[in-house]
Ligand binder design. Sequence first.
Ligand code: FPP
Ligand code: MG
Length: 324
Amino acid sequence: MTWIVEQDRTWAEWAALRVLRVGPVPNHLAIIMDGNRRFARKEHKDTLAGHTQGFHKLTEVLCWCRDLGINEVTAYAFSIENFKRSKQEVDGLMDLAAEKFAKLLEEKEKLAKHGVCIRVIGDLDLLPPRIRKLTAEAILATRLNTKCFLNLALAYTSREEITSAMNQLSQGVDKGELLTSDICEELLEKCLHTRGSRDPDLLVRTSGEVRLSDFLLWQSGFSCLFFTKVLWPEFTIWHLFGAVFYYQRHYHTLTAARQESLALRQCIVEESDIENCHVKFGEKVSQEHISAYTSARQERVQNFLSNLHKIRIDNLQQISNEGE
Ligand code: FPP
Ligand code: MG
């Protein structure tokens, strides 16, 4: 089963695509692929068959997203909570992931041709070593592709992600790379597993559950949330069209709320720079002092982030060389 599915569209699907593409289309779609086991039970199949169908559905959705012009997808494939499931199911899912990542590596030329960059978000240390190695190889092999992005959340929860970001910031302060006053929303965001991605515009959850289950909690504050009763393996292109249409109906309110929040964030940073300048230089602070303080802070932050990036790439390279 390939990662790059190509499908012919029916006349009706093309017509709907053309209509939807006239309006705003989300750049980034996040998906909670729920209902695989219920689907398996309904079809009298075993649980793993449900998850395998779930994977196939994901590859189809990626093809529909390409047709729609959605260039980034983040899919919740395995939560840290999912490790509590039976050993048989967890092992089965890990074997499935191993098989699919091995296939992905075989298809890396095809992925490069389509410009697909694969990122894995989550605590890679929690994955079995063979999966960790394959994910590191997949990330490194596709990291220079820039046309579309697939982020797979594996061993992921938002709480772990935010805690890990806080730890990185605290280590930055301990090493003297950062000042505590440098820590702000924007910097914390750049330490999340999703750094480098824009926040999702639309988040879809299937199977009728109406909650986020610790998925992209930080990133989805201004996303359009769409819940549908269909089980994930039964999701069709028409359900996706429905979700995009729902997004288009809420587009203006969502965009206004997001812009307001960004403007507020900017104000907070500017005020904090002024306040920190007062602490450093006393009452008589000039515009030059403030500009110099802001530049120094930006440089500190940039160096910290460059070091972090280098450490991450070295770490991935080390993981991908494990066992050689
Ligand atoms: C949720 O349905 C689904 C999962 C926990 C696993 C999703 C995984 C895939 C679709 C395959 C991913 C593949 C790769 C290569 C990473 P559920 O098990 O909670 O079903 P239920 O809600 O009916 O119980
Ligand atoms: Mg479920």
